[in-house]
Design a protein around this ligand. Structure first.
Ligand code: NAP
Length: 244
């Protein structure tokens, strides 16, 4: 299994749970090598193989190097988790510049397309592969729109939902299932990264279950989609959002 953005937050939880479920795991990161290596140590403690590969998913050559590293380390790829994602400081559309918009779409959308392309090349039974699973990390923001906060981020996740539908139909007869997950408010460092570390405290009461989610709760959904228990599920996106 390769997890983009596997060094922290949701991706790190997926990596740890995947190792418990006997996957070898490639942990991609962009800046935090130490965090990625700590996750790799946990994977190894479960007796599984781990590799750590730096790549900015928005850069085509770096994505190609990431998948080349998987080829040489593992020789096969069963599951891609398109998890790497960013959000920028909260503001309204009238304040957003094009650099910001491009960066959000480059990482969240183009990065996921590039990684999926490389995965399909290796998984497709029409291209000599053994099939596989692709899981796209969307967000409840795709449904909610995130007005006056980050409608760019929300729209990028809306694009992911449509990507999941389209790609799932494109590769269904090539042995590849493609699904998505829409997490709600999850307790990770992403909120600090855009400037509101305590967003969960502010919004908790708007969540029907009255609490934020944890990364491991998202990871459990990812591992269900990655495994045989979801063998007839493709082209759908699962909400993991406490009812929001
Ligand atoms: P996080 O804690 O901020 O972690 C982000 C991860 O992505 C890190 O591993 C980071 O690597 C990596 N990353 C960032 N930019 C990258 C790039 N250009 N190329 C490769 N890797 C990159 O985020 P999170 O909360 O776990 O979010 C994971 C996914 O869930 C994202 O797609 C996010 O949009 C989605 N999501 C999160 C929430 C939430 O409330 N947390 C809700 C809905 C959806 P480094 O460690 O090297 O920086």
């Amino acid at each position: 299994m390769v997890i983009t953005g596997g060094s922290r937050g949701v991706g790190a939880a997926v990596a740890r749970l995947a190792a418990e479920r006997e996957f070898d795991v490639c942990i991609n990161y962009v800046s935090d090598l130490k965090a990625a290596e700590e996750v790799a140590d946990v994977v190894a403690s479960h007796g599984r193989r781990a590799c750590v590969v730096q790549a900015d998913v928005s850069v085509e050559a770096e994505v190609e190097s990431l998948f080349a590293a998987i080829d040489s380390e593992f020789g096969r790829l069963d599951v891609l988790v398109n998890n790497a994602g960013i959000a920028k400081p909260q503001m309204s559309l009238v304040q957003m510049d094009s650099d910001r918009l491009r960066r959000v779409f480059d990482v969240n959308v183009i990065g996921s397309f590039l990684c999926a392309r490389e995965a399909v090349k290796r998984m497709s039974t029409e291209l000599g592969g053994a099939g596989g699973v692709i899981i796209n990390m969307s967000s409840a923001a795709a449904r909610l729109g995130s007005p006056h906060e980050f409608i760019d981020y929300a729209a990028s996740k809306g694009a992911m939902d449509t990507f999941t539908v389209g790609l799932s139909k494109e590769v269904a007869d090539a042995g590849i299932r493609v699904n998505g997950i829409r997490p709600g408010l999850i307790d990770t460092e992403i909120h600090a990264s855009y400037g509101e570390p305590n967003r969960a405290v502010r919004l908790r009461s708007s969540i029907p279950m009255q609490r934020e989610g944890s990364a491991i709760e998202v990871a459990h959904a990812v591992l269900w989609l990655a495994g045989e228990e979801s063998s007839y599920v493709t082209g759908t996106t699962v909400d993991v959002s406490g009812g929001r």
